[in-house]
Write a new protein. Structure first.
Length: 54
């Protein structure tokens, strides 16, 4: 699989996560699992979550 195709598929997956069901979803930048807007740490991997507007 080419690098660009893989990157495109990852982008589309991420876009679906954010645009999914009309409700904004937040994703941990480390493990890419869905998290709550109010989480300060990822409940899946434990990494600290920065301000989503950063």
């Amino acid at each position: 699989m080419s690098l660009f195709r893989k990157a495109g598929e990852k982008f589309e997956e991420t876009k679906r996560t954010f645009m999914g069901e009309g409700e904004t979803q937040y994703v941990c930048p480390s493990c890419e699992e869905t998290i709550s807007k109010t989480d300060s740490h990822c409940p899946h991997c434990g990494d600290e979550i920065g301000d989503p507007t950063e």
